[in-house]
Design a protein around this ligand. Structure first.
Ligand SMILES: Cc1cc2nc3c(=O)[nH]c(=O)nc-3n(C[C@H](O)[C@H](O)[C@H](O)COP(=O)(O)OP(=O)(O)OC[C@H]3O[C@@H](n4cnc5c(N)ncnc54)[C@H](O)[C@@H]3O)c2cc1C
Length: 396
């Protein structure tokens, strides 16, 4: 196993990717079958990620983090997705919460100090946006902050909180106050030490089993400083929405890429057996590689656009309908293409991919791939896009 380099902050990004690949090979992949089978948290991977300070990879350098860009975070998600999609998903979901703090902490000493502490302690951050009664509608909350002077209490019926048990903090969306409209929302960072999680439901699912996304009644107390000053609507438009779809798309790309690699190995083996005639599966592989190419192309274009907007520092640019549509398109296309690609790979690998207990098994890939379209249901996203299509001037 790799030891943590003395000063990871100062190594090049290429060298960091080597570290991530080594962790993927030595730690993440060997645990992937057990994580999936037992639907358990990938603790060995996260012990290593913390040792390598990867949980603060997106925290800017002036707070002590690695200061990676969103493009670089996406690359790490893609690599991890090739080793274990559940592990990659937890890593990606944590980075979404970190980005929501990094991009919106300007006016809050509490959140700036929290980032410094996150670097030191390597806290794992979870998220509770989904709520019983409103489902996956991010822009609507039933639960509300009850503030009394400087302190608050909060109770949320959350049907899905990924790695809620393993997390150190949970970012919770809720109404600003008991008399606020359902869309007048804030995000609150609750400390698990001040929180109880009463389990509502389990997580015995088709895929993404290692994310341990059980349902809970979350009850917490804290100081009002833990409420993010920016309205949730702004945090969503500028950070949560684009970052989620880009990091998810990246790890789904890694998952798809790994399935194609398995298919390629299988075609190569067939070609070796009969060198005079190319196997029919080589044609299938070529088609699959074309689909993978378009999945990557759309994703990379959207990552570049978001990165450019972040670098320009123009927050108004995020409210552009065309941008929102393109970010949604990434989610829609990547979540559907990943299913096409892994099932295409399965038909190439054949029975050895269909079996659970072979080195070429693609069962986990197929099951994980089907979760992608449900993470904020694609119909809900298409509904938003169809409303925006009417208003946008020119969708690129
Ligand atoms: C692996 C995984 C991990 C997750 N982790 C978390 C987490 O950590 N925290 C968290 O808060 N959530 C999490 N979620 C929840 C997720 O992000 C979605 O919010 C949730 O799956 C939505 O549940 P739903 O399909 O029941 O609800 P809905 O999105 O409400 O959809 C239910 C049905 O209604 C339809 N529908 C509803 N409204 C509309 C509309 N306006 N337009 C069109 N169709 C509509 C949908 O098409 C769908 O068929 C996770 C989900 C998965 C799969």
């Amino acid at each position: 196993m790799m030891s943590a380099p003395a000063n990871l902050d100062e190594i090049s990004f290429a060298a960091l990717l080597e570290v991530v690949h080594a962790l993927g090979r030595d730690v993440v992949r060997p645990a992937a079958v057990a994580v999936d089978k037992d639907a358990r948290f990938p603790h060995e991977a996260f012990t290593e990620f913390k040792k390598h300070k990867l949980l603060s990879a997106y925290v800017p350098r002036h707070y002590g983090g690695m200061g990676l860009s969103i493009t670089e975070i996406c690359k790490i998600c893609e690599i991890l997705g090739g080793y274990c999609a559940s592990t990659a998903m937890i890593f990606a979901m944590h980075q979404i919460q970190v980005a929501c703090i990094v991009h919106h902490c300007d006016s809050s000493e509490f959140f700036q100090n929290f980032l410094r502490e996150l670097v030191r302690e390597q806290y794992l951050l979870a998220s509770a946006t989904t709520e019983l009664g409103v489902g996956g509608d991010l822009r609507s909350s039933l639960c509300a902050i009850k503030a009394n002077d400087e302190h608050f209490t909060l109770e949320k019926q959350a049907p899905v909180i990924s790695y809620g048990v393993a997390a150190d903090y949970v970012m919770v969306t809720c109404r600003r106050a008991e008399d606020a409209q359902s869309s007048d929302q804030v995000q609150v960072l609750v400390n698990k030490k001040d929180t109880t999680l009463e389990q509502l439901s389990g997580w015995d699912t088709l895929g993404f089993r290692g994310t341990c996304s059980a349902g809970f009644v979350l009850r917490s107390t804290g100081h009002v400083q833990q409420i993010q000053p920016a309205p949730f609507a702004d945090i969503l438009a500028q950070s949560m929405h684009p970052v989620s779809h880009l990091v998810w798309g990246s790890l789904w790309l890694g998952l798809a890429q790994d399935a194609v690699s398995q298919a390629r190995a299988s075609v190569r083996a067939a070609a070796r057996k009969n060198p005079s005639t190319p196997p029919i599966s080589a044609m299938r592989l070529t088609e699959l590689d074309e689909v993978l190419f378009s999945m990557r192309a759309g994703l990379v274009t959207a990552i570049a656009e978001y990165q450019q907007k972040l670098d320009a520092g123009n927050r108004e640019a995020f409210s552009d309908f065309g941008f929102s549509i393109r970010i949604n398109n990434v989610k829609l296309r990547c979540s559907e293409l990943v299913v096409d690609i892994v099932s295409g790979a399965l038909s190439i690998v054949g029975i050895m991919g269909y079996k659970n207990d072979t080195p070429n098994s693609l069962c986990r890939h197929v099951r994980d791939a089907y979760g992608a379209a449900l993470m904020v249901n694609n119909d809900r996203i298409r509904g938003h896009n169809s409303a925006m299509q009417i208003m946008v001037r020119d969708a690129q």
